[in-house]
Design a protein around this ligand. Structure first.
Ligand code: SAM
Length: 279
């Protein structure tokens, strides 16, 4: 069977290189190249961008990114078994794919790339949220990346885009929505993956905002939201008691009733409270 890029179909690649999926590495592979090209298109126009891909595995999404015209792809894969399959893709796209055999949590690949940089990944579920939080909380803003297009468990994706008053609303929503435009752009059933996971998945596209939506100190906002959502359903005057002296006065000054609960406070309110607490 032939494919759009002339490389073997992914099922064959997996068989040739004996890539039996390892659960501890979160390996659920996408084998449909039409689907991976579609995910790559969700990242926007790739032709003028360098792309960081975390966890290329046998290379389905990598091939989608390259076929959709990414200027360069830097792929970070922890599992050395995948390297021969990825080397075949490098050969088919000379000079456009670099593969690093490393744990994405321990390396900083940014000096190897030129902007604009987009991050696109079918993330291993065990490290996905941690990587997202790191990308959303750099020491300086704007960050090195322009957009993140990431596959998550559907339940995590819903937490990223959640609105106040919903069950999914919490720290992840505030962190993401403070400085990015975050949308779910695709949902996928378990059968889209091999092996099929138990859960549904979703792709979230986060586009960075150059300025935060509302002014606030990031560290104060993080401290506030951690305390506020640590004790869901409690009134803010009690969950935030340890955060600052006179917290009731500061809540009122920020336009929040001390008896309100964290899950009902919009981003704007948390930012106003962060400014009051920082005074
Ligand atoms: N991108 C491929 C696809 O879409 O078919 C594979 C996705 S699979 C869900 C996750 C990939 O991330 C696996 O190839 C796994 O080996 C790799 N991985 C897991 N933990 C990693 C880490 N800490 N750093 C880099 N890669 C990791």
């Amino acid at each position: 069977m032939s494919t759009i890029d002339g490389l073997p179909p992914l099922r064959e690649v997996i068989k040739t290189h004996d890539l039996v999926a390892k659960k501890q590495l979160g390996q659920n592979f996408l084998l449909d190249l039409n689907l991976t090209a579609k995910i790559a298109r969700m990242a926007g126009d790739l032709s003028g961008s360098d792309v960081i891909e975390v966890g290329p595995g046998p290379g389905g999404l990598t091939r989608g990114l390259l076929a959709e015209g990414a200027r360069r792809v830097l792929a970070i894969e922890k599992d050395a078994r995948c390297l021969p399959a990825l080397a075949e893709i490098s050969d088919a796209y000379p000079g456009r794919l670099e593969v690093i055999n490393a744990d994405a949590l321990t390396i900083d690949p940014t000096d190897r790339l030129t902007g604009p940089i987009r991050i696109v990944a079918n993330l291993p579920y065990n490290v996905g949220t941690e990587l997202l939080v790191r990308w959303l909380t750099p020491a300086v803003w704007p960050p090195f990346w322009d957009s993140l297009t990431l596959m998550f468990q559907k339940e995590v994706a819903e937490r990223i885009v959640a609105k106040p008053g919903s069950k999914a609303y919490g720290r992840l929503a505030l962190l993401a929505q403070w400085r990015t435009e975050a949308r779910i752009v695709m949902t996928l059933p378990p059968e889209a993956f091999t092996p099929a996971p138990k859960i549904h998945s979703a792709v979230v596209h986060l586009k960075k905002l150059n300025e935060p939506r509302y002014p606030a100190d990031g560290a104060v906002l993080a401290r506030l939201t951690a305390a506020a959502f640590n004790q869901r359903r409690k009134m803010l005057r009690s969950s935030l008691k340890g955060v600052a002296p006179d917290i009731e006065d500061r809540l009122i000054a920020a336009g929040i009733a001390p008896t309100d609960r964290a899950e009902d406070i919009p981003l704007e309110g948390f930012c106003a409270l962060a400014r009051e607490v920082a005074k």
